[in-house]
Design a protein around this ligand. Structure first.
Ligand code: ADP
Ligand code: MG
Length: 326
């Protein structure tokens, strides 16, 4: 890292986080609070996600990628709710005011923010162990949110994009899995710069095509489990139908199944929808440029049944990620 600099807290905010452009907020950075008015007939969807050094990312991580990921994981929550991004706040603890780090972080952060027309409206800055907390505000029409509790028996289970490459990259970094430099670099893109599925999530909600949704952050099986619990239903999941990431798809069947079903850090959407929505969802996936794959069905019988391509039960002994039990 470069030498620390004698930037004051206020200079730092002004130089790296205040932007010279008109925003959507009624009042942006600079006062004690920002002021934000929802569009007529809309309500806010609000979510926070925190990234902690050595917990969510390695010490010395590329600041530009960190800027991207910090916002991406928050936008992914909006996508899972079906909301359109509007604004966010940034609470930042930094060990030192390092200009190169701040410039990289802000570049990654604002590239993604601008791509989603999401405005930084405030935050807090303090000295301390590196910790990044973003709160994001999105909007949607009342009654359109994709709730975890709304899956019904007979629904298809769908997954956006591909899953498992982020977990494969982690295994590569930990030397648990032998990958070529090219394979690791390619899988690591999914780990460091996830793509929040904002357009797909919003379109599913707006067109009332899906019943329930969640974003896959801790592994599909665990996250789908949250939908099943909240909706008081069960499911059968065809593990061989899961859209494995391109590098994971090259690995052996056992690893492919485990990392696709319970990898984590995927930031894809898992959603449930009635069979009547199939054609519309397939069309939407093309419009949004985000593939969507049918991987199972919601059933009245409680529990999650994992099966292979022939419908034979699989026992993968999976565990999803939990910060307080690992
Ligand atoms: P206060 O003392 O009232 O908490 P601060 O001095 O922390 O206010 O912040 C001054 C202004 O700068 C506020 O509008 C706050 O929202 C904004 N701000 C502080 N840190 C950040 C940051 N990391 N990104 C964006 N805005 C920030
Ligand atoms: Mg403050």
């Amino acid at each position: 890292m470069a030498q620390p600099d004698n930037l004051s807290e206020f200079d730092l905010i002004k130089q790296y986080f205040v932007r010279q452009r008109a925003g959507r907020a009624t009042l942006g950075i600079g006062d004690d609070c920002a002021l934000l008015t929802p569009s007529a007939g809309k309500q806010f969807a609000i979510s926070s996600d925190m990234l902690v050094e050595d917990r969510h990312f390695f010490a010395g991580a590329d600041p530009r990628k960190l800027g991207h990921k910090s916002l991406a994981v928050n936008l992914s929550d909006l996508a899972a709710m079906g909301a359109r991004p509007v604004a966010f706040t940034l609470a930042l603890a930094l060990p030192q005011a390092d200009r190169a780090w701040l410039a990289g972080f802000a570049a990654g952060l604002f590239a993604l923010a601008d791509a989603h027309d999401c405005e930084l409206i405030g935050g807090d800055t303090t000295k301390g162990p590196l910790n990044i907390c973003i709160t994001v505000f999105g909007e949607l029409a009342p009654g359109q949110a994709l709730r975890r509790s709304h899956a019904v028996p007979g629904d298809d289970i769908w997954i956006s994009g591909t899953v498992g490459d982020a977990r494969l990259a982690l295994a590569g970094y930990r030397m648990e899995q032998s990958l070529s430099a090219e394979e690791l670099a390619s899988a690591a893109v999914r780990m460091h710069t996830p793509t929040p599925r904002v357009a797909l999530g919003h379109a599913l909600a707006e067109n009332k095509l899906a019943h329930a949704a969640i974003d896959i952050s801790d592994g599909l099986v665990g996250d789908l489990g949250h939908i099943l619990k909240a909706s008081q239903v069960g499911a059968t999941l065809d593990v061989d139908a899961l859209p494995a990431g391109p590098i994971l798809a090259l690995q052996d069947t056992g690893l492919r199944r485990r990392f696709a079903a319970a990898g984590g850090d995927d930031y894809e959407l898992c959603f449930t929808a009635p069979a009547a929505s199939r054609a519309a969802i397939a069309a939407l996936a093309i419009t949004c440029g985000t593939p969507a794959t049918r991987v199972g069905c919601i059933e009245a019988e409680p529990g999650l049944r994992l099966v292979d391509a022939n419908g034979v039960a699989l026992d993968l002994r999976l565990s999803s990620f939990d910060h307080f039990s690992d």
